[in-house]
Design a protein around this ligand. Structure first.
Ligand code: DCP
Ligand code: MG
Ligand code: MN
Length: 338
């Protein structure tokens, strides 16, 4: 996520937002959830501003901006940068950690571990550490997966998939979600949601997914399988595909969704992630719960707020009805950028 060029550069605080975003990304990568969240909320506030914020006092008067981030905002306005961010960037361990983190199949703790062990390059990893099959693909196609995909290419890739899908089962419906549905000009990957009318479980769609993957692999469209479903409840398939004539491997995700959950899944997989968080938070303020399967009420919680029951389903099938149930005016996907 991020870096999609969706932020309006006409915002007077565009530069501040950009630097805060980088700082927030850094905290996200080092798994500092509290700071990640604080930066996100501050960015969300700044994106709604119409005046340039220059001082910490001005910043602190805005909603959801605390004292420490207010000081950072002042520092950026004054110096066009952040010392804390420069420090993080200069730390060589941190730089390699960032490189390793972008390998498909490498999580934050693994990336950190390799960096701390002194490995510096992808070549180092290939020569010295045990890599999973997925990580090997992630390294071999590191630059491919790191290259953003033009929107037109995603449209073309999507059309190929839809055509093959229609030949297997014309009742199956495929939607490209993620940043594509939000209208982004370039994308990190292709997120496909697959559903079929009257289904209530993903088991009804597993055979279709098998057939789809087999056909697309046979024709040379799919070039690698990364995460594939194991067991009945798993419904996702991660892999790589190519557009005929284009050598760059693209990341593609298929997600099976029963029709009864399609609204909630669409909402979740359209994002962006910050918009999702605000919708979940809103559900929480009503004592409800929103996830990629549905909106639930009467969720029973124990003393530590741990969930004791799933609650009663309010809505799962229809995205617009989820907005309505939450009392939120409908927001078209292009406007779900926080
Ligand atoms: N998502 C989320 N929280 C996450 C990861 C994902 O809410 N931590 C949701 C919102 C995303 C969607 O899933 O929009 C798809 O995830 P992607 O990582 O593919 O993100 P995008 O499609 O939004 O952006 P990109 O163009 O980088 O793929
Ligand atoms: Mg995506
Ligand atoms: Mn994805």
């Amino acid at each position: 996520t991020g870096g999609t060029g969706e932020t309006t550069s006409s915002n007077p605080n565009a530069r501040t937002i950009e630097v805060l975003q980088e700082m927030g990304d850094f905290y996200e990568q080092v798994k500092d959830q509290w700071r990640t969240r604080a930066y996100r909320m501050a960015i969300g506030t700044l994106k709604k501003t119409t005046d340039k914020i220059r001082t910490a006092d001005e910043a602190e008067e805005l909603p959801k901006i605390g004292k420490r981030i207010a000081l950072k905002i002042e520092e950026i306005a004054l110096t066009d940068g952040l010392r804390r961010l420069e420090f993080a960037k200069q730390d060589p361990t941190d730089r390699t950690r960032q490189i390793f983190l972008k390998i498909y199949g490498v999580g934050p703790s693994q990336g950190l571990k390799w960096a701390q062990q002194g490995y510096k390059t992808l070549e180092d990893l290939k020569a010295h550490v045990h890599l999973t099959a997925n990580q090997k693909i992630g390294i071999a196609h590191y630059n491919d997966f790191d290259t953003r995909i033009p929107r037109e290419e995603v449209t073309a890739l999507g059309d190929i998939v839809k055509q093959v899908a229609a030949g297997i089962d014309p009742d199956v419906e495929l939607t490209v979600g993620g940043s594509y549905r939000r209208g982004a000009a370039t994308l990190g990957d292709i997120d496909f949601l697959i559903t079929k009318p009257n289904t209530t479980t993903t088991i009804d769609l597993l055979t279709f997914l098998d057939d789809l993957v087999r056909h697309l692999t046979d024709t040379g469209f799919l070039v690698a399988a990364l995460a594939v479903p194991r067991g009945e409840s798993s419904s996702k398939w991660h892999g790589a595909c190519v557009l005929p004539g284009n050598p760059i491997w693209r990341r593609i995700d298929f997600l099976l969704v029963p029709a009864s959950q399609m609204g909630a899944a669409l909402l979740y997989f359209t994002g962006d992630d910050i918009f999702n968080r605000s919708m979940r938070f809103l559900a929480g303020t009503k004592g409800w719960r929103l996830n990629q399967r549905g909106l639930y009420k009467d969720v029973m919680r124990g003393p530590g707020r741990e969930k004791l029951s799933e609650g009663v389903l309010v809505e799962g099938a229809d995205e617009k009805r989820i907005f309505r149930a939450l009392g939120v005016p409908w927001r078209p996907p292009e406007q779900r950028i926080c």
